[in-house]
Structure formats: structure tokens, C-alpha cells
Design a protein around this ligand. Structure first.
Ligand code: ATP
Ligand code: MG
Length: 394
């Protein structure tokens, strides 16, 4: 079957009252952006409370479906066959030929649902339902009508042309990117933070990212892995500005001055401070991490509190209550898992103590940090100055 168009459905947006237009426009923009790299010219149009994607004369159906599955804000979408309006008899013929091609030999229950967007159409909806239903029954003698719980809904939408559809493909849901502000994701090479980035982006939040690397203790390949992960997430959210901070000197200095069992916590506090610096500079309204309660020593409630202590911006932790297995499953779904498990070193694992504190006392940690007074400001300024920003597009 050749599908001329896709009907885009977007429940959550529709209930947004006055904001509806803002959301629809954002969704049109996001769909347009996502389809742009594909072969051919797609037209995305708002038409009387609906969004349609009109496909080029020649296009790759599978690729188009895959692309639309990545656009946040789409709840579901329906491939539509479009026919010229040549009267009700021809409409019935077209509906039968649609059924023959899309559901050959159909023998289940069905219902015809007509929507007259073109109010001047001479035949009322109920009559179209009856006429088309009759024609389909004749062509498919084993099928039967069930108006309450049909297995198949045959939709006829009357516009300047006749739109016929019966299938629906699940979209990712959520809100279109650009409708909910901007956040800075602390993106490591692990499994959790790319999933966290995806989840926040799904709420319509534009994403920036920050990665702390520690050359020569962490390799160029470890950095490349984070770039690759950002690329995968950017397939959903469009563009990610990835900040790569050289964290080596700060880490070495903490290692030199502070108790080793507190290293991870103190290091994470400096990561947060630096992340917040760039977040403010770039107009982000929050930080995002892939932390999950109890996963490792630095993610007990007390450790999280100690890390959070230095933040003045809200810190969003979308996977906070997820089990590892649940996060893993999401990473399969979004396509980051295989990259996340590549075995490159992480700056956190290199300097970890054998017995890190699991119940840090915030005052003790603050006290330990005073030992850094001499050089830390200078090291922070240097880290900020040498930060590399990579513009990643999906
Ligand atoms: P992930 O799977 O996301 O790496 P993790 O289970 O390895 O998480 P930690 O290493 O304790 O957990 O890191 C917790 C969170 O801190 C990460 O999810 C990420 O948001 C942030 N983070 C850790 N290391 C880095 C890093 N090198 N650069 C940027 N963010 C980091
Ligand atoms: Mg990690």
C-alpha cells in the first residue's frame, strides 16, 4: 500500500488549553526537523485541529515510521491513503480496495467511523458509515460489524480529498522539545545518565550536557563514547551542546588533600558546582543526573544529600527510584545500551577509595573541602576556561 500521509495524534497537547497552539507549533517544528535528513520533501501541516505529514511521491516508509517514533509529543500516528473525492459510490469502492490491500481476506469485526472535516460534503457521516459498511460487508463476507468493540476501525475522513486509515503506530508520547525550558545533564559513559537525559527530554526539555574527563587517566576513547551516547540521545532531542571539562587537576588535588574515603563525594560536589556554572551561563533551569537511590555508595540518601548540598539549582533525577534492570531495559529501548557497556574507564572509578563513606556527614565533608582553599578556585577557573564545547546534532 502506498501511504500518502501520516495523521499525527497528540493527546497530552490537546488538553493544554490556551497553550495548545504553542505545543502544536513546536510539534510541527520537531516533526519537520526529524524528517529533514530523510530523502524527499515532506510537508507538515496543521489542518483543523490535526497535524498531517504529507509524504513525498517516493519515500522510504520504514525510515519515516522510525523517525516519527522518535518525535516527543506524538502519542500515535496513522498511515493514511488519500483518494480524490469523486462521489460516495467511488468512496465505497476506494474503501473496499483499501481493505483488500491492507487487510486482505479480513474476517473479524469492524466499524466504519466517518469524520466530515469538510462540512459542505453532501452526505452525512452516518450515511457514509452505512454505505461504506455495506460495501465492505459485501466484499468481505466473513467480516461483521460491531459498533461497540470492533477489532478494526476503518476511518474515513472527508476533507478536500478522502482520507482512509485503519492502522495506528505508537509514538513515544511526552511533549515536543522546546516547550519546557532547558536543562544541563551530567552525562557520563554509563547506562543511567543517557536514560535520564532521554526521560527529561521527553517532557519537552531542551538538553545540554556536561562530561568530566580526566586525561591521561581516562582515554580519548572514553570521551568518544560519551560523544556517541550524546549523538544517540540527540536523535530524539535534536541538538545537544556537550561540554567536555578537563577534571584531572581538580581530582588530583582532592586526592592529595582530602581523606580518601570522601573522594567520590567531594569530587561529585565539584562536578555539580561546575555543571551549575555552565547551566547558569547557558540559561538552563536545572541539572539532571542518572542517580538512583542505593545503587552505589555515592548514591545513598545521605550521599545524595551531601552532593546536593552545593547545588542552588534544582537537580532532577528521573531514574531515582528505578531498579538497575528497569534502567537497562529503557536503555535497550532508546538504543544507548550497547554503547554504554563498552568497557572504557570512567573518571569516577579511577580515584575511588576501597571503602568509600556511605553515610557522609555534610559538616565533615564541608570541613574536608576547606583543605582545598589554597588552589581550588584557580583550578576551577582553569577547568572552566579550557572546557571544550562540542555541538552534537541528531
Ligand atoms: P551512569 O550509569 O550514568 O554513569 P553510574 O551508575 O555510573 O551512572 P555514578 O558514577 O555514581 O553512577 O554517577 C552518578 C551520576 O553522576 C551519573 O548518572 C551522571 O549523571 C553523573 N556523572 C558521573 N560521572 C560523570 C562524569 N564523568 N561526567 C559527567 N557526569 C558524571
Ligand atoms: Mg558512571
Amino acid at each position: 500500500m502506498f501511504y500518502h500521509a501520516m495523521l499525527i495524534k497528540y493527546a497530552e497537547i490537546a488538553i493544554k488549553g490556551k497553550n495548545r497552539y504553542v505545543f502544536e507549533d513546536a510539534l510541527v517544528r520537531e516533526i519537520t526537523r526529524t524528517l529533514k535528513p530523510l530523502e524527499g520533501e515532506y510537508t507538515v501541516k496543521k489542518e483543523s485541529g490535526r497535524i498531517f505529514v504529507f509524504c513525498p511521491e517516493e519515500y522510504d516508509y520504514e525510515e519515516t515510521v522510525e523517525a516519527l517514533k522518535r518525535v516527543f509529543g506524538i502519542v500515535e500516528f496513522c498511515p493514511v491513503a488519500v483518494y480524490a473525492d469523486q462521489g460516495i459510490e467511488k468512496l465505497c469502492e476506494d474503501a473496499v480496495s483499501y481493505m483488500t490491500e491492507v487487510h486482505p481476506g479480513y474476517s473479524g469485526s469492524f466499524k466504519v467511523i466517518t469524520r466530515r472535516a469538510l462540512k459542505t460534503y453532501p452526505v452525512p457521516s452516518m450515511e457514509v458509515n452505512a454505505e461504506v459498511g455495506g460495501a465492505v460487508l459485501q466484499a468481505f463476507p466473513d467480516a461483521h460489524v460491531d459498533v461497540h468493540e470492533p477489532e478494526l476501525e476503518l476511518h474515513i475522513e472527508i476533507r478536500d480529498k478522502i482520507y482512509i486509515y485503519s492502522q495506528s503506530i505508537k509514538g513515544p508520547g511526552g511533549m515536543p522539545i522546546g516547550t519546557a525550558g532547558k536543562a544541563m545533564v551530567l552525562l557520563s559513559g554509563g547506562i543511567d545518565s543517557p536514560v535520564a537525559a532521554y526521560m527529561i527530554a521527553k517532557r519537552g526539555v531542551e538538553i545540554e550536557a556536561i562530561y568530566f574527563h580526566a586525561p591521561p587517566y581516562t582515554s580519548e576513547r572514553a570521551k568518544q563514547k560519551v560523544v556517541d551516547l550524546a549523538k544517540i540521545v540527540a536523535r530524539y532531542c535534536g541538538r545537544i551542546r556537550l561540554h567536555v571539562v578537563n577534571f584531572t587537576d581538580i581530582q588530583l588535588y582532592i586526592y592529595e588533600k582530602c581523606p580518601h574515603e570522601e573522594l567520590t563525594i567531594i569530587m561529585r560536589r565539584y562536578m555539580m558546582r561546575l555543571a551549575e556554572h555552565f547551566a547558569r551561563k547557558d540559561d538552563c533551569q536545572g541539572l539532571v543526573t542518572g542517580e538512583s537511590i542505593g545503587q552505589v555508595a555515592s548514591q545513598t540518601m545521605k550521599s545524595l544529600a551531601a552532593t546536593n548540598d552545593v547545588c542552588t539549582m534544582p537537580v532532577y533525577r528521573p531514574v531515582i527510584a528505578f531498579d538497575k534492570q528497569e534502567i537497562v531495559e529503557m536503555s535497550w529501548k532508546i538504543g544507548t545500551f550497547d554503547t554504554s557497556i563498552l568497557p572504557y574507564e570512567d573518571c569516577c572509578t579511577i580515584f575511588v577509595a576501597k571503602h568509600p563513606v556511605t553515610k557522609p556527614n555534610i559538616n565533615v565533608i564541608r570541613g574536608s573541602e576547606t583543605k582545598l582553599a589554597e588552589k581550588i578556585d584557580e583550578l576551577m577557573a582553569e577547568a572552566i576556561k579550557t572546557t571544550e564545547v562540542i555541538d552534537i546534532r541528531g
